[in-house]
Design a protein around this ligand. Structure first.
Ligand code: GUN
Ligand code: FE
Length: 418
């Protein structure tokens, strides 16, 4: 079916650039983009239209690292560094998802909140529970989102009430993969929580499985100084943290590594050489005082970078807030470096929160013919002086000021989902 979206169209076709179509049209055929037009061609005049008037139509957001079972603790327990934070709050919160009824209730609300904030593609950690992970995948898929979800693997250095034996972890991972076959747009991703949580045996088994079944991998890397020292104790043979994943076949093209705050030149080079993507989580890195990630350096060295909310280390689920925090953190980094490091511009950070994630999923950046539409409609009409601003000025302000209430419509994978 043909459909036309009308409004002001803005997107980031390349890092740092912004394309603008003043009162343009996006034509869709069965949810896939057919073309972008300034004037609607005659042959599409009879198509059904969603006319958003003077509103801004921009790509929807990709949240490439977040913990679904930490949603109940959003905005709480921010007074401890990573390892204490995990032991004091996080594992307790996640352990509640042993109860499928609780999981259904929380995940249903959580998925709605993602859509309200304009996120349509995700790479997500679940808990270690197979059933709750299935419920999460089902809620995401039914709501029209796309992406990856991982049942978390953790068979050591975890509390008794929230841990698996190695055998249990392997068995449950296989059961989860089998049960995931029923989903189309939400696919499984292998998820060793981080090196301290997984025995060598389990890491090696996951690495073999990733290879055998060609499955992607996500984990955490070099987030916090205490964590890095612990990893060094656990793997004295590894010079750097990344080698603990590489040793077991988990460091490969498409692997997502959250944080990379303390990734030095060698670790960053290993990311670039192997095609490992860094997921920058600015709000989390500030909240639990992990540090300032070298984002500009990673980008200039050719490391792929995407953004994540990392809730509930991050306290913002809305990716516009995460994009803002990314910009602010890059300015703190600039100040801290004695004004030697460039900060991220609005267009650059917006690219990382939209186009860079889309590229991870195999799309080209921006609204490109042939691709399914992932878009949000921002209504900035209630802000001051909107009529007297350029579209670029309105876009910049929208990134800073728009909240879910200004997100009037969301399209995920070609369908309108808000
Ligand atoms: N490292 C291991 N687990 C976690 C987690 O849940 N959140 C964050 N931010 N880092 C982690
Ligand atoms: Fe995380």
């Amino acid at each position: 079916m043909l459909r036309v979206l009308k409004g002001n169209i803005l997107f980031a076709p390349a890092f740092g650039s912004l394309e603008v179509i003043d009162h343009g049209c996006i034509v869709l055929q069965d949810g896939k983009i057919t073309g972008l037009f300034k004037e609607l061609p005659e042959r599409f005049q009879s198509a059904e239209s969603d006319d958003f008037g003077d509103a801004l139509i921009v790509p929807s957001f990709c949240d490439m690292h977040l913990h679904a079972p930490q949603y109940p603790m959003l905005g709480m327990g921010m007074d401890l560094p990573l390892l204490d934070w995990l032991n004091t709050y996080t594992f307790k919160t996640e352990s509640r998802f042993a109860d499928p009824e609780y999981a259904r209730k929380i995940y249903h609300e959580f998925v709605q909140k993602l859509i309200d904030g304009g996120t349509t593609r995700v790479c997500m950690f679940s808990s270690l529970h197979t059933d709750a992970t299935g419920i999460l995948m089902e809620e995401l898929e039914q709501a029209g989102l796309c992406g990856y979800v991982g049942k978390v693997s953790m068979d050591r250095n975890s509390p008794d009430y929230y841990s698996e034996t190695t055998e249990e972890s392997k068995r449950e991972t296989l059961r989860w993969l089998k049960e995931s076959e029923r989903f189309q747009n939400i696919r499984p991703i292998l998820t060793p929580r981080f090196t301290p949580s997984c025995s060598d045996d389990l890491m090696a088994w996951l690495g073999d499985l990733a290879k055998e079944r060609n499955l992607p991998v996500q984990s955490h890397l070099s987030e916090n100084r205490g964590e890095i020292a612990w990893v060094k104790e656990l793997h004295p043979d590894c010079e750097r943290y990344w080698e603990t994943y590489h040793k077991y076949g988990l460091w490969k093209n498409g692997t997502l590594m959250a944080h990379c705050v303390y990734s030095d030149e060698t670790e960053r080079k290993a990311m670039r050489d192997y095609g490992v993507t860094a997921v920058h989580c600015a709000d989390s890195n500030i909240n639990i005082a992990s540090g300032l990630a070298p984002v500009r350096q990673m980008l200039s060295e050719g490391v792929p970078v995407v953004l994540g909310s990392d809730i509930a280390g991050g306290a913002q689920l809305n990716m516009l807030d995460v994009i803002q925090m990314t910009i602010r953190m890059s300015k703190i980094k600039r100040i801290e470096s004695g004004w030697t490091t460039d900060f991220l511009t609005v267009a650059e950070a917006f690219y990382l929160g939209t186009s860079a994630g889309a590229e991870y999923f195999g799309d080209r950046p921006g609204f490109v013919p042939g691709q399914s539409l992932h878009a949000v409609v921002l209504d900035d009409s209630a802000f001051t002086e909107t009529k007297n601003l350029t579209l670029k000025e309105r876009f910049e302000r929208a990134v800073y000021l728009c909240k879910p209430q200004q997100i009037k419509a969301v399209y995920g994978n070609g369908k309108r989902i808000k």
